[in-house]
Design a protein around this ligand. Structure first.
Ligand code: AMP
Length: 417
């Protein structure tokens, strides 16, 4: 049975918590952005205040073997500062028995990077490039077998399991999903997970109308499932950024050198047709700020989206498009935003995305509910100082997208009964 962190009695218990401490480090191993560590604090402090001990587990980066560069020992001091108590470190996740058993209420043990072990992801490592299908199958079987022992060992350290790592909730890994089975009556979400799930429910299940989704980014292919699922939910679908050019070309427009996916054009037309059938208003760009090269200092001009001159590529939303989108956004009661409407990394082409951040913040001040997710969109609201002027900023871009696609996330399903 799923428990709730607010009502669970942690007295004298050890909680193993999957956190997302995958923070960026500089060359001297200083943390350059500790948002993810701070985001886990409410959950961790709750366990300690409730008389429990903590075992923390996370991944850091994408190491494919033990690599000191990716050791979680680099963050021990910072976690300790944030928690206000000393944090012990176990440099081998599989040999922490004694340390775990010795933990007293109020004490904290951080395990080494889970991804030092192939068993965390359950994928074979070190296979030769020319491995045969049989060898691949045998390696897969072997890692799945040893994964069972891995999960069992982690579970043996604790009395209860908390998943507070939304950023990896879409992965069916040992620490995010499989371990929950060892705690049938002692598993629960942490506060961060609770907030993320509530935010997604607010837009997908309880949206006040009009509901507008703003979907940008580079490719239709990476967000096709998202676009399709949203057609059953939204009143307005703003499609901006690189993915818009596939739609414009599919409609017969001239898009110059703009980014696009020819093979996705039938899907784009299908989405436009389905939107019409379902009464969803799709709003594409009407004009674009085009550049001559993918470069910040390239010459720029604003051109009709259906008539981009040869040699030019659409790189940012124009004022005319932004005017249309502003009106839609400000009239909305629920807003979901994922993906930039231009090449946000290049300052001269970041204006459109920054304006969207402004509109979403303004609509929120006027009473709309807004959920923002995905690297560039989050960076835009943060850069503009609007992170606390939108309703919720998701900490997991990939996980949020999969949830919006309508998929069951393994990290969430494993906690629910
Ligand atoms: P995604 O990860 O799918 O959200 O895509 C983000 C990327 O889309 C960013 O790196 C942007 O530079 C890129 N992008 C947005 N608009 C354009 C565009 N008009 N042309 C090329 N890339 C774009």
């Amino acid at each position: 049975m799923q428990q709730h962190i607010d009502t669970y009695d942690f007295t004298g218990k050890t909680a193993i918590v999957r956190v997302d401490f995958n923070v960026p480090l500089d060359e001297n191993f200083n943390i350059t952005d500790d948002t993810r560590i701070r985001a886990a604090m409410p959950t961790l402090k709750k366990v300690l205040a409730g008389g429990g001990a903590l075992i923390l587990m996370s991944h850091l980066g994408r190491p494919k073997k033990v690599d000191p560069k990716f050791s979680l020992k680099h963050i021990v001091n910072h976690v300790s500062e944030c928690l206000g108590v000393p944090v012990q470190f176990a440099d081998d996740c599989m040999k922490a028995d004694a340390q775990a058993a010795a933990l007293k209420p109020g004490e904290v043990l951080l395990l080494e990077n889970l991804r030092f072990y192939a068993e965390e992801e359950g994928k074979p490592r070190g296979l030769a490039d020319d491995a045969t299908d049989e060898e691949k199958a045998a390696a897969k079987k072997a890692v799945k077998e040893s994964q069972k022992e891995f999960v069992k060992k982690l579970a043996s350290y604790a009395d209860c399991y908390i998943n507070d790592a939304f950023g990896t909730a879409h992965r069916a890994h040992a620490s995010t999903a499989l371990i929950a089975a060892y705690f049938p009556n002692d598993k629960m979400f942490g506060y961060l997970m609770e907030k993320e799930i509530a935010a997604i429910d607010n837009v997908l299940k309880n949206a006040k109308r009009p509901f507008t989704a703003i979907i940008g980014g580079s490719k239709v292919s990476s967000k096709l499932g998202v676009l399709k699922n949203l057609l059953d939910k939204v009143d307005n679908l703003i499609i901006g950024g690189g993915m818009g050019y596939t739609f414009i070309k599919a409609e017969g427009g001239k898009i110059g050198n703009s980014i696009h996916e020819d093979e996705l054009m039938p899907d784009a037309l299908e989405i436009l047709k389905e939107a019409k059938d379902k009464g969803v208003n799709i709003s594409l760009s009407v004009a674009t700020v085009a550049g001559q090269a993918f470069d910040n200092d390239t010459p720029r001009q604003t051109v009709d989206i259906y008539n981009i001159p040869d040699g030019w590529e659409g790189m940012d939303a124009s004022e005319a498009s932004l005017e249309n989108w502003k009106k839609i956004i400000l009239e909305s009661k629920t807003i979901l935003w994922n993906g930039p409407v231009g090449v946000f990394e290049l300052p001269n082409f970041a204006h459109g995305t920054e304006e969207i951040a402004k509109f979403v913040a303004e609509a929120t001040q006027n009473g709309a509910y807004s959920l923002v997710g995905g690297g560039d969109s989050v960076a835009a609201v943060t850069k503009m100082g609007f992170a606390d002027k939108v309703s919720y900023v998701s900490t997991g871009g990939g996980a949020m997208l999969e949830a919006i696609e309508g998929k069951d996330l393994p990290g969430i399903a494993a906690i629910r009964d």
